[in-house]
Design a protein around this ligand. Structure first.
Ligand SMILES: N[C@@H](CCC[C@H](N)C(=O)O)C(=O)O
Length: 290
């Protein structure tokens, strides 16, 4: 079966995008398709699969599947790329429009002319801060801010929150020393997080600049995670390192994002969106309905 695809990335966080508006897909194949396209040896190579689909609630909808086939609720870097794709392919009329995700309906704005969008802003909405909304198991339903978190032989402090996806955030002195490879897989699958969790490490540089590294739920280490970086800014405010309403530059392995947790409680993220490949994936299974 030949599946038309576009490969795009937001600061190195790459996904294979398929258009379920112009093609009718069998949705039961998406988990397996995500694993197969992501494989760098036998597929295309990516952090997962993003399906752009029609929506009754917004101009378009988007679903995100990780490298291991699991489905996430949102994707910050993917939203910027889906917005670019939708505008350039004339799936939407205006440069300001809404995208439905499993987590929320978010507003996006693309910048540039229709042939070449290079930057996109996403309003991710308000973070959910109570323990049950992460979700995380624990003694109460309070906010989880710098709470003692023992894992392996490490005594860490975790700040937890939901912003499009569940996030567990840890502050470190130097990002190069973050125990991401040692602890990423352990924390993402820790039973205290019943839906699993994205694991982020943050180094504060100043009151408007930070570094952030991530172990993504379902994909492992990636170059960047847009919802995770946005959650990291919220965590930095909750811990008193940054003031709410400040424009923050977040440095990730793949590049920079501009993020603000605004006074109206919405989190705004701006960054690039890039198309790298368009092609046809030859898949062993039937995915398109004929
Ligand atoms: N890379 C994404 C997040 C993708 C989903 C995540 N791994 C999850 O399952 O929660 C981003 O840019 O936000």
């Amino acid at each position: 079966m030949k599946i038309p695809f576009t490969k795009m990335h937001g600061i190195g966080n790459s996904y294979i995008y398929i258009n379920a508006i112009t093609h009718e897909f069998d949705a039961s194949t998406f988990n397996e398709l995500a694993k197969d396209v992501s494989n760098v040896h036998t597929g295309i190579g990516s952090d997962g699969l993003i399906v752009i689909h029609s929506s009754d609630a917004a101009e378009i909808g988007m679903r995100i599947f990780n490298k291991d086939g699991s489905e996430g609720q949102s994707c910050g870097n993917g939203l910027r790329c889906a917005a670019k794709y939708a505008y350039e392919h004339q799936l939407v009329a205006s440069s300001l429009f809404q995208i439905e995700t499993k987590a929320a309906i978010v507003t996006v704005e693309v910048y540039g002319d229709r042939a070449c969008i290079d930057r996109v802003t996403v309003n991710l909405g308000s973070p959910s801060l109570n323990r049950s909304s992460i979700p995380m198991i624990g003694p109460d339903d309070n906010q989880v801010i710098a709470e003692r978190f023992d894992v392996a032989s490490h005594a860490l402090n975790v700040t937890g929150l939901f912003l499009g996806n569940p996030n567990a955030l840890f502050f470190v002195e130097a990002i190069e020393e973050a125990p991401i490879h040692e602890l990423g897989a352990l924390i993402t699958d820790d039973p205290r997080f019943p839906d699993r969790v994205n694991v982020g490490f943050i180094e504060i540089i100043s009151r408007n600049e930070m570094k952030y590294s991530v172990w993504e739920r379902g994909s492992g280490v990636t170059e960047a995670c847009g919802t995770g970086a946005s959650a990291a800014v919220v965590a930095a405010v909750l811990n008193g390192f940054i003031d709410k309403g400040t424009d923050v530059t977040v440095h990730l392995s793949g590049g920079d994002l501009d993020i603000q947790w605004a006074d109206d409680d919405h989190v705004w993220m701006t960054g690039p969106a890039v198309t790298t490949i368009q092609g046809v994936f030859y898949w062993k299974r039937q995915a398109l309905k004929e």
